[in-house]
Design a binder for this molecule. Structure first.
Ligand SMILES: Cc1ncc(CN)c(N)n1
Length: 217
């Protein structure tokens, strides 16, 4: 399999389309997303990223090529720092909870299980949508918005539509494709499932923020 990512992104394209059509993304693009919804999202995303960096570090130490290890360890610190700084810009003192929502808990627990109890290839496939979907969403909004000067969420949009993020997304794809090219058909099938599930969790993350998801008890 030479370009696993191309195949799986075609197979899961309907999830990406549903993300682009979600009210959260539409209103983010229009700049009309209610502030409290965005703060809810940023608050949960801060909790998510604190765990995601550990997940990336774990994937990194499982790679047998030390350049790949460097990349994921660098991403765990560098990219996350950029995203955390972005969050602080928006959130200031408004972080209201340290408790993960149901969906945030589900997503981080799923990723943690994947990188700790399955193969490197499945772990790579599970962490990849976190890179690729944000890139696609950032690009999509930048290409389609007509309010660049006045959108209150422009810094967020520019971060994920920007070149630095694109470079790391391309590198993550390249590494995952490399390991996929040596994987058995059974393992590729498991990679597909992991990528698909993590992509669905990306949709759910925005949906849960839009609905300010609460624990049922
Ligand atoms: C839930 C989630 N997924 C992806 C990203 C982009 N790293 C993020 N900040 N948050």
């Amino acid at each position: 399999m030479n370009n696993w990512y191309k195949e799986i992104s075609e197979k899961t394209d309907s999830i990406l389309q549903q993300i682009k059509e979600h009210s959260f993304i539409k209103e983010l693009m229009a700049g009309t997303l209610p502030k409290e919804v965005f703060y809810f999202y940023i608050n949960q995303d801060t909790i998510y990223l604190a765990e995601y960096k550990k997940v990336l570090a774990q994937v990194g130490i499982m790679c047998d090529d030390e350049n790949d290890t460097q990349f994921f360890l660098g991403s765990a610190t560098g990219i996350i720092n950029v995203e955390n700084a972005l969050h602080q810009n928006f959130l200031k003192d408004e972080m209201t909870t340290n408790e993960a929502s149901i969906t945030c808990e589900l997503y981080i627990s799923y990723l943690s299980r994947m990188v700790h109890t399955t193969s490197l290839e499945e772990g790579l496939a599970a962490v990849l949508p976190c890179f690729t979907i944000y890139k696609q969403v950032g690009d999509y909004i930048l290409a389609n918005q007509s309010n660049k000067g006045e959108n209150p969420y422009q810094d967020w949009i520019n971060t994920y539509g920007g070149e630095a993020f694109a470079n790391s997304v391309n590198k993550a794809i390249e590494i995952t494709n490399k390991y996929a090219s040596k994987a058995s058909p059974e393992r590729l099938e498991k990679m597909n499932k992991a990528f698909e599930k993590a992509s669905k969790l990306e949709w759910m993350f925005w949906d849960s923020a839009y609905n300010k998801e609460a624990w049922k008890i």
